[in-house]
Design a protein around this ligand. Structure first.
Ligand code: ATP
Ligand code: MG
Length: 557
């Protein structure tokens, strides 16, 4: 495989320089999710970057669960994360780690800081600590506990660990600089008391280390060379470095920040996605409208499309919102190449071909992929009564309408030319049936060379299978839902349309493997067996290109 996963960017430049200067001989990265929710499209960027770099540099990326906050973490989430990373196409081999694997070592390093007079136990309440930290204009105020002796700190910290104090009554803080211009350096909390069951360590601990203390040490223990994170951690980098400079560990990874991936009309925050799930606005984390990897998988996005998308977006320090269309185009690009074509009529209109013999059935041949012969052909039954799309008929149509209207001839995909003779209406005046005639010489679409501009799709009434089709639209009306005060207010109430009785050509639902099909002229669809009770259900993955959707139809041959 010669093509790189990650296009050259400022991070690859740093890595290349580190390799050529001999600072490192091997690159080790890590993807550090907190198991407190499902992964979303934003995480895909971090995954493709960290795992992609590892592949590009013939190295390995660690999967490390950042499990230091037992309150919101669960094994369900951890398992889902592993599934999603594998589905995206990456593998960590035997390099699965947990921050909790290092709880003993982290504790020893904390004692080291106490011995070095660089950490102290603080009795202030969380509120007092917050208040005394000050802000950008107000300097911090030293805690009354700041100058405790090493002995006192050590015995208090050990008592914290032994469970002698109530939750929230004491913390261990780093002793750095209460006047620092960087608030993260104003004696940050390193440990707090929380009596909670932990998914890995159960009730072995009642004190838990904070992210800023844990993350850098975990990186160093694992020999990570380049620790890539998103821009909001830039102000934490001095603390990352301070901790590693002051504990006895001889590895000092470099933290490098890049900008988050944001996609328009979506949410990329596990907390907010969780709100959607909890409030039942969506059908779970893997609802096909969710910007989660599991949602995109259920909807039918190919993992390759997500990888291509992330690669095209690139890596930089500039904040931006990428248009949803870019993601959808990446999906179309892959599906256009890989999806077999079939015919399905979503909103059926009956067509009787008057001069076609009753009871006759012909098996016509349709190509499964117009650009790729290796997809082969299939047999499609044709008979006197067929269905076409309601949209493909128009009363009093003008000359630019190349589909069905009285007196006009169109080509049936893979079949004959038909001419519309008459539209039959019900009492309300709605067209419920078309009477047409066909030209027996036009099979395969090459009659006498006469011009027929429109081609429409169809299914044979006696052979088609009823399926349920679910059309998904954007979950939010607002391009930046995260930026509005109450993001739940910008939910698109019409993000799901269910068509209970669409018609699909026969033979498709019998396949065990759920590939994504292009329902010709409609959209891409993937079977969704999650809730099927008899009738097959198909999710719309993505619409066709606009030129198709506009449906002033052009000739296809
Ligand atoms: P969330 O706010 O959704 O919970 P998070 O950053 O808290 O996101 P983590 O599980 O801590 O979620 O993230 C794991 C890794 O993925 C981190 O390195 C984080 O920087 C990265 N990441 C998270 N969101 C994005 C994003 N939108 N774009 C790029 N990387 C991201
Ligand atoms: Mg986080």
């Amino acid at each position: 495989m010669s093509e790189k996963n990650v296009t050259e960017n400022f991070i690859t430049q740093i890595i290349n320089a580190d390799l050529s200067s001999g600072k490192y001989s091997k690159v080790v990265t890590r993807f550090p999710p907190e198991p407190n929710g499902y992964l979303h499209v934003g995480h895909a960027k971090s995954i493709c970057l960290n795992f992609g770099l590892a592949q590009d540099y013939q190295s390995v990326c660690h999967l490390r669960f950042d499990d230091t906050n037992p309150e919101k973490e669960s094994n369900e989430y951890a398992e889902a994360i592993k599934n999603d990373v594998r589905w995206l196409g990456f593998d960590w081999n035997d390099k699965e780690f947990h921050a909790s694997d290092y709880f003993d070592q982290l504790y020893q390093f904390a004692e080291q800081l106490i011995e070095k007079k660089l950490a102290y136990v603080d009795d202030q309440s969380p509120d007092q600590i917050r208040k005394n930290r000050g802000d950008f204009t107000t300097p911090g105020v030293d805690s009354p506990c700041r100058n405790r002796s090493v002995e006192e700190n050590m015995s208090l910290f050990r008592a914290m660990k032994a469970g002698k104090f109530a939750d929230g009554t004491k913390v261990l803080r780093a002793k750095i600089d209460m006047q620092s211009g960087n608030l993260n350096m104003r004696d940050p909390v390193l440990y707090r008391i929380r009596r909670l069951q932990h998914i890995k360590t159960g009730d072995a601990w009642c004190i838990y280390p904070m992210y800023d203390f844990t993350h850098c040490i975990s990186d160093a223990i694992e020999g990570i060379t380049h620790s890539l994170c998103t821009l909001e951690f830039e102000d934490h980098r001095p603390l990352y470095d301070w901790v590693l400079d002051n504990v006895d560990i001889d590895c000092h990874p470099q933290q490098i920040e890049f900008s988050r991936l944001n996609v328009s009309y979506t949410i990329t925050s596990k907390r907010k996605l969780n709100q959607l799930v909890e409030s039942k606005v969506v059908d779970g984390w893997n609802d096909p409208r969710m910007s989660t990897l599991s949602g995109m998988r259920r909807r039918g996005y190919p993992p390759e499309a997500i990888r291509n998308f992330v690669k095209d977006v690139g890596v930089s320090k500039k904040e931006s919102v990428i248009s949803m269309t870019v993601l959808e185009d990446a999906v179309r690009d892959v599906l256009n190449k890989t999806s077999p074509r079939v015919m399905s009529v979503l909103r059926p209109l009956k067509v009787v071909i008057e001069n076609y013999p009753e009871g006759k059935v012909e098996m016509l041949t349709g190509s499964n992929h117009p650009q790729d012969e290796s997809y082969g052909t299939r047999k499609i039954p044709f008979s006197r009564v067929i269905y076409v799309e309601q949209d493909d008929y128009k009363e009093n149509a003008n000359r630019k309408f190349f589909r069905l209207t009285e007196g006009r001839e169109v080509r049936l995909r893979h079949a004959y030319y038909i001419t519309c003779q008459e539209a039959i209406k019900n009492e309300e005046g709605q067209v419920i049936e078309l009477r047409c005639t066909y030209d027996p010489e036009s099979r395969g679409g090459t009659a006498d060379g006469r011009k027929v501009k429109g081609t429409i799709h169809w299914v044979s009434a006696a052979h088609a299978e009823e399926v349920e089709v679910r059309l998904y639209d954007r979950l939010f009306n607002h391009p930046k839902p995260a930026s509005v005060d109450h993001f739940m207010d910008s939910i698109n109430q019409n993000s799901l349309e269910v068509i209970p009785n669409a018609l699909l050509e026969p033979g498709i639902t019998a396949h065990n493997e759920d590939v994504v099909y292009q329902f010709e002229r409609n959209a891409y669809f993937k079977r969704d067996r999650t809730y099927e009770q008899g009738k097959p259900i198909f999710n719309r993955v993505v619409t066709m290109r606009d030129s198709w959707a506009k449906s002033e139809l052009q000739s296809e041959s």
